[in-house]
Design a protein around this ligand. Structure first.
Ligand SMILES: [Zn+2]
Length: 202
């Protein structure tokens, strides 16, 4: 926790899921205890590694990162909270999370000083029950530009070929991020979870 930051809600420590506080520039100034517990279980960055960094820097893929930065600006500008649901899958588990972004206010002035980001797991299942699973077959997933296209949200990869796009979950590609990946957003995540307009298939 940055000692210069004016507010860090003590109640966050009771939250069973990761929560963090961002300053007005979107930098992480503190995380709760659940952050490290979940980070260790999912090979994510620990609190000590993320405090001081921009929250959005931990979002994979330029388009989704920009989308979240716009959301943070909106929360700060309007002073009104927003929430969304999104997939955050592991090689074995389908995991649907709820994320809330709440403006954080200094008392008693009500001046907005940052954003509180709260997450909670709302649904979980074996990954194969929710998505068709693929095997790491280079020819099946390598697109015409030579790259494998992966969704920044659900982490499925696009089957190479003409539209309409088919996306499959390849556990090996989730477990070990590939170097030859270009990130996009699948139609499910784009339209259902992030409320984006449809986009022409690449
Ligand atoms: Zn997706």
């Amino acid at each position: 926790m940055n000692p210069d930051f004016p507010v860090f809600p003590a109640a966050l420590e009771a939250e069973p899921w990761p929560a963090c506080v961002l300053d007005m520039n979107g930098r992480i100034v503190g995380v709760n205890g659940a952050w490290d517990r979940i980070a260790r279980a999912s090979n994510g960055p620990l609190g000590i590694e993320v405090v001081g960094t921009r929250w959005s820097a931990h979002i994979t893929g330029a388009e989704l990162r920009a989308w979240y930065e716009t959301l943070l600006h909106r929360v700060l500008d309007r002073g009104a909270g927003e929430s969304l649901r999104c997939d955050c899958n592991t090689p074995e588990r389908y995991r649907l999370f709820s994320s809330r972004f709440e403006p954080l206010r200094r008392r008693p002035s009500s001046e907005t000083v940052g954003v509180l980001v709260l997450t909670s797991l709302i649904e979980e299942a074996p990954i194969g029950e929710r998505y068709p699973l693929g095997t790491p077959d280079e020819l099946r997933y390598r697109c015409a530009d030579g790259l494998v296209r992966q969704c920044s949200g659900c982490r499925r990869v696009r089957v190479a070929g003409p539209p309409p796009a088919v996306w499959e979950l390849v556990p090996e590609y989730v477990a070990t991020p590939r170097q030859d990946v270009s990130h996009g957003i699948c139609r499910l995540c784009r339209e259902i979870y992030y409320g984006m307009l449809p986009k022409e298939e690449p």
